[in-house]
Ligand binder design. Structure first.
Ligand code: BGP
Length: 481
């Protein structure tokens, strides 16, 4: 019998990922309205904008560089896409900035210049045969919707979103096939303002506010799927979660249970969006905390009948939990989720002290696939580090090493475990502004951008060593790592 070839599928979608608010810049150009993200400062306050700070932040919206300049993708997109094409990208993940299309979120008519910008970007991608993978909202919401409705806490925001989604799906019909609804939809529970424009009024109201906003986002996501399929049945719409396997610190049943329960907390969002209804474990939790889901009569039907076509997620590392408070375990840094330091992870931490766990990606892929048997897409993965430009070159072996190990893990998941993986877009394929710090110095890219934390620099692009490496990976369909 002829042995089957073990490798990536022929049409595997290799590429890279960005988000509008972290790369476009041009924040007041061509009719764009302010987004809630424009008021998020650099540094430690970034994740936790609270009630009261909004007004004071708004008085100085121009101070938050480099966020407002991004990497000036708005004016450099042709050059950047040519570089992506040179690497052989099959897909490019980007997002549409809602406030470019509807500057206030409530406008009667869309902003034509905003619509045209994205059309130009899609046309440019197609010139090189690159498929866009478009996130409808990647941590952005028009500021006016925050001021009027407190973001996703209000039902009104669903209606504004539906109008926005219908507008972009109609305009880009035939140009964009792959869509994601909300970036890292599960992050709303830990980052209510940053992820969903919800300003928390008080600690007592916190959970009620958050779960109300969660319900609205889940329903809005299902509406987006419905509208996308109605406009073009070829559209494929996915959800997007921040993911990562959660390990028990010890084999004590209490730790195993805690790891299970905390992993389930992440799956809750995909449980609803893939299966079409709230899972029992969450309904029980809502009973305990006295939360009544604010169902409108059509919500259940929309959730049930308009589930996603595929599941995408970001993976940076794994998490570790322990049920016994008396166990002295060191804490570790990580993307959004709190975690203990895992003593079995032997790789040196990243420059931002995130732990590295490539095998955890294989486990995560298997967890998703065993749970849902739906196609998967890795929408983000990568390592942020400090790069130095020397004589026009950047030697970033640490990027190559991290990505190589993670690609090997996904290859194992495909070839040894049978996971159905559609594609891989590594995060920040070109350096961009970091979400957690608002700074430029944390770099993920294959392409270096000469800009600093104050938004100063030539904004010139340079290829890093990882550029040639990734080009070879794509050219050999993941064979030569
Ligand atoms: C994810 C976000 C991205 C991105 C990435 C890396 O949570 O979806 O927007 O930035 O994390 O995080 P950071 O930029 O903080 O290193």
């Amino acid at each position: 019998m002829k042995r089957k070839q073990l490798g990536f599928p022929d049409h595997f979608l290799w590429g890279g990922a960005t988000a509008a608010n972290q790369c476009e810049g041009a924040h007041l150009e061509d009719g764009r309205g302010l987004g809630h993200i424009d008021l998020v400062p650099q540094g430690s306050e970034r994740w936790n904008v609270m009630s009261g700070t909004l007004d004071s932040l708004q008085q100085k919206p121009n101070t938050y560089y480099p966020s407002m300049k991004g990497i000036d993708f708005y004016h450099h997109y042709k050059e950047d896409i040519a570089l992506f094409a040179e690497m052989g990208f099959k897909v490019f993940r980007m997002s549409i900035d809602w406030a470019r299309i509807f500057p206030l979120g409530i406008d009667e008519k869309p902003n034509e210049k905003g619509l045209q910008f994205y059309e130009d970007v899609f046309n440019e991608l197609h010139l090189y045969g690159i498929e866009p993978l478009v996130t409808m909202t990647h941590y952005d919401i028009p500021l006016e919707l925050v001021k009027r409705y407190n973001g996703w806490e209000s039902r009104e925001t669903i209606e504004c979103f539906k109008k926005y989604v219908k507008t972009i799906l109609t305009r880009y019909k035939g140009m964009v096939k792959y869509w994601l609804t909300f970036n890292e939809i599960n992050c709303i529970t830990s980052l209510p303002y940053y992820a969903a424009g919800v300003v928390i009024r008080s600690e007592e109201e916190r959970l009620q506010q958050i779960y109300t906003a969660v319900h609205h986002e889940l329903v809005a996501s299902a509406w987006a799927v419905k509208i996308a399929h109605e406009i073009d049945k070829n559209n494929m719409v996915g959800c997007m979660l921040a993911a990562g396997v959660t390990y028990p610190y010890r084999c004590a049943p209490e730790d195993v249970w805690l790891a299970h329960a905390s992993g389930r907390g992440k799956f809750f969002f995909s449980d609803v969006l893939v299966r079409g209804e709230y899972p029992e474990y969450k309904l029980k939790e809502f009973e305990r905390i006295g939360f009544d889901i604010p169902f409108f009569k059509e919500d259940k039907e929309v959730l049930k009948n308009h589930t996603v076509d595929f599941i995408s997620f970001s993976y940076y590392s794994s998490q570790l939990v322990c049920a016994d408070q008396n166990v002295i375990a060191e804490k570790a840094e990580g993307n959004v989720f709190p975690t203990l330091r895992n003593p079995y992870l032997k790789e040196k931490d990243t420059a931002w002290k995130w732990q590295i766990d490539a095998l955890g990606l294989r486990t995560t892929l298997n967890q998703f696939y065993e749970r849902y048997q739906k196609p998967l897409f890795i929408a983000e993965n990568g390592v942020g580090g400090i790069d130095t430009l020397e004589n026009g070159r950047v030697h970033d072996e640490y990027h190559i090493h991290y990505l190589r190990e993670h690609i090997k893990a996904m290859k194992d998941a495909i070839t040894l475990d049978g996971v159905d993986l559609m594609g891989y877009t590594s995060w920040g394929c070109i350096d961009l502004v970091s979400a957690s710090t608002g700074q430029m110095k944390k770099r993920y890219g294959y392409i270096y951008v000469d800009a600093d934390d104050l938004g100063q620099g030539s904004y010139q692009r340079y290829k890093k060593d990882s550029f040639e490496w990734y080009k070879k990976v794509i050219a050999t369909n993941g064979e030569d790592l």
